[in-house]
Write a protein that binds this ligand. Structure first.
Ligand code: ADP
Ligand code: MG
Length: 322
């Protein structure tokens, strides 16, 4: 079982940022309103994710680290949720198989629980006084699978990946207060008051937020909204474009291209907008491939959606010049 967990970890946990993503998504699923993330050495030495969510029942803490033990019940209508949660009960066992994990958790009105797992083996488990919520600490990542370390790039790149993921999760959940700290540097802090523009301010700074143009457009199938930076604010990479489909962030080449195209000729070569584009649609228009190693969403009528996005951006840019 330990080996199969490590193999699964190879698919799920490629790098520190994948762990941050899995842990934060668990916190989001637990209906947290506040999520704090702390990393050391770009997460290789330590990752702590702390939330004020539902917590895990003391009798189920050990189970949460067993494979395919998910408390999340899926129906056909939840397909899109399955996709974004990813790995159907594989994240915690995978993470625990390649690191040293401490988890402290409590649900309301119950004694909390502390568990320590090293390389997939439970080394300590006891009741523990704790407030409602969950704190997961991951240390010594890949200490028992040194070959995996080869695939980890420079600390700077890994940290950039972590920031990138937390940025996108914060932007897609403006109702959650996020904080990301790297050693002694606060990298991000959002208010969690539900306002997307405030989340943009928390992620990219108030100055950028002030220079964003609101966009809005819809047809019978899609509703597009969000913010695009004014032409005076550009970035040298597409990494500042965030697409949020039915509340979850996604990667989609066609839509990303549409955003850049909508931004259009004002753009110098190699310059891209900061953009947060939300798309709402009927899940029936989404076709989800849930294989853990390749996460893809096919959108029916994607071309029509791309046109809508281009149009929405062009419209707000025109308005802003008057
Ligand atoms: P999945 O998220 O696919 O269910 P995971 O391995 O990520 O699988 O988590 C296993 C289970 O542990 C979850 O289904 C959930 O019940 C519980 N869990 C993990 N993290 C948290 C958390 N932060 N708050 C509450 N429950 C959690
Ligand atoms: Mg999970």
């Amino acid at each position: 079982a330990q080996l199969s967990n490590q193999i699964a970890a190879g698919e799920v946990i490629e790098r520190p940022s994948s762990i941050v993503k899995e842990l934060v998504e668990n916190s989001i699923d637990a209906e947290s309103t506040q999520i704090d993330i702390y990393v050391e050495e770009a997460g290789l030495r330590k990752i702590i994710v702390s939330d004020n969510g539902q917590g895990i029942h003391p009798d189920e803490v050990k189970l949460a680290f067993e494979r395919h033990a998910t408390s999340k019940i899926y129906t056909a209508h939840d397909l899109f949720r399955i996709h974004s949660l990813g790995f159907r009960g594989e994240a915690l066992p995978s993470i625990a198989s390649v690191s040293k994990v401490t988890l402290e958790t409590a649900i309301e009105d119950m004694p909390g629980k502390y568990i320590r797992i090293e390389g997939g083996v439970v080394v300590e488990e006891r009741l523990h006084g704790a407030r409602k919520g969950t704190t997961t600490t991951v240390e010594s990542l890949f200490y028992n699978t040194p070959a995996r370390l080869k695939y980890v790039r420079t600390l700077q790149t890994e940290l950039a990946n972590i920031v990138d993921i937390v940025n996108r999760l914060s932007l897609s959940h403006p109702n959650i207060a996020f904080r990301l700290v790297n050693e002694s540097n606060q990298m991000l802090r959002t208010s969690g008051n539900g306002d997307l523009k405030q989340a943009v301010a928390g992620v990219y700074g108030t100055d950028v937020a002030r220079k964003m143009l609101a966009i809005e457009s819809e047809n019978l199938d899609f509703k597009v909204s969000g913010y695009v930076s004014k032409p005076e604010i550009t970035r040298a990479s597409r990494n500042y474009i965030t697409l949020i489909l039915n509340g979850r962030y996604i990667k989609n080449y066609t839509l990303q291209k549409a955003i850049v195209e909508g931004y259009g000729s004002r753009l110098m070569v190699g310059r891209f907008p900061i953009a947060i584009i939300k798309v709402e649609t009927d899940p029936l228009l989404l076709d989800v491939n849930v294989h853990p190693s390749k996460k893809e969403i096919r959108i029916s009528k994607e071309a029509a959606l791309a046109s809508l996005v281009i149009e929405a951006i062009q419209l707000s840019m025109q308005e802003s010049t008057f």
